[in-house]
Design a protein. Structure first.
Length: 291
């Protein structure tokens, strides 16, 4: 059937712990995903300013004396009908269910932006933190909630992932065993004696492509030193037959944040707050033409 993986692709996933699918989403779909990502960023920042509290969805940092950086916004599908539809699209779900071997349930979803803000946004607390992500496996986090090891995450590239933009970096074949982690300022990291922290290989994805990877695959990313965002739209799934509840991981945060977001909308309607932040737009067509 269309979009289901071949036996060769499944074998590659089982052996390496990841699989890249080039050009899975058409340019028009990618354009709409970018628009939704911009809208979610604007909502998260403006609602934070309106309510004088940082949204619980928003992970924003400042790198030294440099610019503010949006690292991640999570969860996101309750803020976007289109991204909800992408999350149910056969181009995503058929490959996911192929590797899981059955019906999939959504565990969590997010956008990792790695996006530098050209102008500072005052009034939002920013952690002092690098915009890189440590060498880790996702299951080092998921096991705290008792999730099984056989989870799969799928990252759709909304922007071209280049060496300069801090692309996903993976350690092929590292998914066959769990390695203990330690806590660092940028998150949990595999203990240095258990893996070569300077190893791995970059995944240079063109926009519209996606990578599927096992929850125990060791991965990381370096800082984004380009002038553009490196946005990945990520959905993570478990096998429904394992009995876990859909959205148990992200659901409580959705419930906590929704009243604040509605309050922000009401403040705007009453004229008590006007949006002050607009997400920067990028000329992706010009970037493609320059290649």
């Amino acid at each position: 059937m269309a979009h289901e993986l071949t036996e060769h692709q499944l074998r590659s996933y089982r052996d390496n712990g990841f699989l890249v699918l080039q050009g899975q989403f058409a340019p028009d779909d990618v354009r709409r995903m970018r628009e939704e990502a911009d809208g979610i960023l604007e909502l998260s920042i403006n609602s934070s300013l309106a309510n004088r509290r940082k949204s619980g969805r928003l992970n924003i940092c400042r790198v030294g004396d440099g610019p503010q950086v949006i690292r991640r916004i999570q969860p996101i599908i309750d803020l976007s009908l289109f991204l909800t539809q992408i999350g149910a699209d056969d181009r995503l779900m058929k490959p996911v269910e192929s590797v899981l071997g059955g019906e999939a349930g959504l565990m969590e979803e997010k956008i990792t932006y790695k996006q530098h803000l050209p102008d500072p946004v005052d009034g939002i607390e920013c952690e002092a933190m690098e915009d890189r992500f440590a060498v880790h496996s996702d299951w080092a986090y998921y096991r705290d909630q008792g999730y099984p090891q056989n989870l799969v995450s799928t990252a759709i590239a909304l922007d071209d992932c280049t060496p300069e933009s801090g692309p996903l970096r993976i350690w092929p074949g590292s998914h066959t065993e769990h390695r203990e982690h330690e806590r660092t300022e940028v998150g949990r990291q595999v203990l240095p004696h258990l893996i070569d922290l300077n190893g791995g290989e970059d995944v240079l994805l063109p926009a519209g492509s996606m990578i599927m990877f096992h929850s125990m695959l060791v991965h990381a990313s370096r800082p984004n030193v380009s002038a553009r965002p490196r946005r990945l739209l990520i959905y993570s799934h478990f096998l429904r037959s394992t009995g876990f509840v859909v959205d148990a991981r992200n659901g409580p945060l959705r419930l906590r944040e929704a009243p604040w977001e509605w309050q922000y909308q009401r403040l705007k309607q009453r004229g008590e707050f006007k949006d002050v932040f607009k997400a920067p737009r990028f000329d992706h067509a010009a970037q493609a033409a320059a290649k």
